[in-house]
Design a protein around this ligand. Structure first.
Ligand SMILES: [Zn+2]
Length: 227
C-alpha cells in the first residue's frame, strides 16, 4: 500500500506533463492563427488589389501613380459621397498622356498639385491613377469625399466623343451602384464645387449635362434589371 507521501507525489509528474503540453500548444496555436490570418490577407489582396476591397470592372486599366505629395498623397479616402466629372482641357490628348502628366508632377518641379482617380480616353479606355481608398487632387474641397473622373475630348468645346461618353456613363453607373450613390444628387461637375468651367461642354450646355444624368439613370436601371 503506498504511503501518503507516494500517493501525493505520484500525480505530480502527470500534472507537470500536462502543463508542459499546454505551454507548448499555446505558441503552436498562435502560429497557426497567424498563418491562417496571413493566408486570408493574401487571398484578399490578390482578389482586390487596392480598390477598397472591391475589384474594379474589367475595362479599367490600373496604372497607379507613385505615392508623392503632388499627385498621390496617399491620404485615406474615408467615405465616398459623390462622383465629380471633369474634362482634361487639353484637346486630343490621350488618357495615358494625362495619367503620365499626373505622374510627372511627383518631383514638384512646377509646384502643381493635380490628379484624378480615373481618366477616360478618346477611345473609351479607362485608366485608374489612384486607388479608391485614397484621395486624389481634382475637386478642391470635395477631394476628401468624392471619386474623380477626368475625361479626354477631341475638340476645344470639350464635348466627349461617343466612346468616351459611353465609358463615363458605364463607369459612373458602376460607382453609383458600388457606393450606393444617387445619380441625381451625388454625381456633380467640378463646376458645382468651385464654379470652374469644367467639364466645359457640360457647363455651357446644361441640356447636355441633364442628358448625361438621364443616360446614367437609365444605365443604372438596366444594370439592375440585368442582375
Ligand atoms: Zn475639373
Amino acid at each position: 500500500m503506498p504511503s501518503a507521501n507516494t500517493y501525493y507525489q505520484d500525480p505530480r509528474p502527470v500534472r507537470r506533463k500536462r502543463r508542459r503540453r499546454r505551454r507548448r500548444s499555446v505558441p503552436v496555436l498562435l502560429s497557426l492563427i497567424v498563418l491562417i490570418a496571413g493566408g486570408i490577407a493574401l487571398l484578399r489582396r490578390s482578389a482586390a488589389p487596392e480598390a477598397g476591397g472591391i475589384p474594379a470592372p474589367d475595362y479599367v486599366q490600373e496604372d497607379f501613380l507613385t505615392v508623392n505629395p503632388y499627385s498621390r498623397p496617399g491620404d485615406e479616402l474615408k467615405t465616398i459621397r459623390g462622383v465629380v466629372i471633369h474634362y482634361v482641357g487639353n484637346p486630343g490628348t490621350s488618357a495615358q498622356a494625362n495619367r503620365n502628366y499626373f505622374e510627372s508632377l511627383k518631383d514638384g518641379a512646377d509646384g502643381t498639385y493635380a490628379s484624378s482617380h480615373f481618366v477616360v480616353g478618346l477611345e473609351g479606355e479607362v485608366i485608374q491613377c489612384v486607388p479608391l481608398t485614397e484621395i486624389a487632387y481634382a475637386s478642391n474641397s470635395r477631394n476628401e469625399d468624392t471619386v474623380s473622373i477626368e475625361v479626354c475630348h477631341p475638340d476645344e468645346d470639350g464635348a466627349f466623343a461617343p466612346e468616351s461618353y459611353e465609358s463615363v456613363v458605364k463607369l459612373t453607373a458602376w460607382l453609383c451602384e458600388t457606393f450606393r450613390l444617387d445619380p441625381e444628387s451625388d454625381v456633380i461637375r467640378h463646376y458645382d464645387v468651385t464654379g470652374k468651367i469644367c467639364p466645359k461642354y457640360y457647363v455651357e450646355n446644361e441640356d447636355a449635362w441633364e442628358q448625361l444624368k438621364d443616360d446614367l439613370a437609365s444605365r443604372i436601371a438596366e444594370d439592375k434589371a440585368a442582375s
